[in-house]
Design a protein around this ligand. Structure first.
Ligand SMILES: [Mn+2]
Length: 318
């Protein structure tokens, strides 16, 4: 029986389903939320996307008439939780720890299967790719808004079908969305990637000017501070996708983007090939992630940048 069909009997309409994702959501996270909420609504099940106000503007355009609630506005949290693209419970908003964890659909390695029903597939490029596959299995009639959201997830998690996580199924999923709806890929590209503010471009310029190469020019490291955001009138979420620029440098195998805040340091790590598993290094710093894309957050008092560069250099030397 298709996985989603096995859940059908348990879906109830008395309690709302809160379709959640990880903090600092990306295209895959929000795309999954939108599509799954719409799927549940099509079954006459009361469901809402739970969004946060720090969500990037370009992702907000995908929501359209999908029912949602801002986490900040939630007064009563009695509901049933569905977690999408969430590597573990620590990635969920703290106020949701006490809800019934009904369903967990994800593609992160080491997901501990924290819900009653779990569908975790590491070999999928994105949670959106998993959802398209599962929704096809149950013969769901994809609507345009869901298809656009899912397509957005596919392209953001695969770097426009350029990363090592792309498979034949990834393209088959994209093809299916185009076949069954009037989806126009260029429209999604425009609404996701061509909506930058001048301030964001200035921040990008600053980001590029900070690139430093280490380890025989194989590691690119970029550091931004809170002051940099203040000066450019931008915020953390405005750096989405910046790190990919550092990886385009010849000979660079790994890029590390370090953001310094008052109390903590946030690191993003990317590698060009699956044999450079940057999630191993992220774990050393208390983080997690995919083989080629991982991150961590740690106390700024204990963080040592040279230690990070050394750990990455060790990875290359292996
Ligand atoms: Mn994802």
């Amino acid at each position: 029986m298709p996985f989603l069909a096995t859940l059908a009997d348990e879906l109830q309409s008395s309690m709302p389903y809160y379709v959640c994702t990880h903090v600092r959501p990306d295209g895959d996270a929000v795309g999954s939320q939108i599509a799954f909420t719409r799927y549940l609504n099509s079954l006459k099940v009361k469901a809402f996307c739970i969004l946060t106000r720090d969500m990037p503007l370009n992702l907000q355009t995908l929501i359209k008439d999908t029912p949602y609630i801002y986490l900040e506005d939630m007064k009563d949290d009695a509901g049933i939780l569905i977690a999408l693209d969430c590597a573990d419970l620590t990635r969920l908003p703290a106020s949701f720890k006490n809800l019934t964890h009904f369903l967990n659909i994800d593609h992160h390695p080491n997901n501990p299967n924290f819900a009653k029903h779990n569908y975790v597939q590491e070999n999928f490029s994105s949670t959106c790719e998993i959802l398209i596959t599962l929704l096809r299995e149950v013969g769901w009639n994809f609507d345009l808004i869901a298809a656009q959201a899912l397509y957005a997830g596919l392209i953001t998690d695969t770097g426009n079908f350029s990363h090592s996580n792309v498979s034949a199924n990834t393209f088959a999923c994209a093809e299916y969305l185009l076949q069954c709806t009037h989806l126009q890929p260029y429209e999604i590209i425009q609404s996701l990637f061509e909506q930058k503010t001048l301030a964001q471009i200035r921040l990008l310029s600053l980001f590029l000017s900070r690139i430093q190469l280490h380890c025989n020019e194989q590691i690119a490291c970029i550091e931004l501070t809170r002051d940099d955001y203040v000066k450019t009138n931008t915020q953390h979420s405005d750096t989405e996708g910046f790190i990919a620029h550092a990886l385009t440098i010849q000979n660079v195998k790994i890029a590390a983007f370090i953001e310094y805040n008052e109390h903590f340091v946030k690191g993003s790590l990317r590698s060009k090939a699956p044999h450079l598993a940057v999630n191993q290094v992220a774990r050393q710093f208390g983080g997690f992630g995919h083989i080629c894309a991982a991150g961590f957050q740690c106390d700024s008092r204990t963080f040592n940048r040279n230690q990070l560069i050394q750990a990455l250099a060790n990875l290359i030397a292996q």
